[in-house]
Design a protein. Sequence first.
Length: 188
Amino acid sequence: MNADAPTKRPGGRSSRVRDAVHSAVVDLVGERGADQVTLSAVAQRAEVNPSTLYRRWGTLAALLVDVAERRRETGAPPLVGDLRTDLESQACWTLTELSRPGGIAFFRAEVAPDVDERHSGLRECLRRVSERFSPVLEAARERGAVPPPLEQVLDRIVAPLYFRVVFSIPDTDEAYARGLVAGLLGES
């Protein structure tokens, strides 16, 4: 390793700024709704210069996508080794993520076609959701079980959850999510 080469510090100012900005976004979206949030308001709440936001994210939509991606990186439930339990955990986690303050706003930002070229909107969202459920199905196969195909999981668990949350349909709760799993597995 070259002693003259700069080393990248883990964390540091950049990490603190990102944390402050993300926290400000989540708070403001929860308080006002995404359509009432501006980069200026985020900068003021995060106590950073607005030019920092424009330089790093460019647009509010890109910032919302970054927040959504980071929120997904934390908190996904671990697999316990039982198909039904693991599907229920993932379904309930998906519902919680969509239902928490700003969840739908962050989802809409992710699937918006005009964020930037590295985000292919709906296809990228589908890929991420598939990656959340695929390990559950693969683990079941490794245990000798015959899990449903991923497409059925998406059609019968994921799609109804997204639909009901996006359209604010009452009684979309963990019991509903567990019922979707039971229906898929033929246990209803």
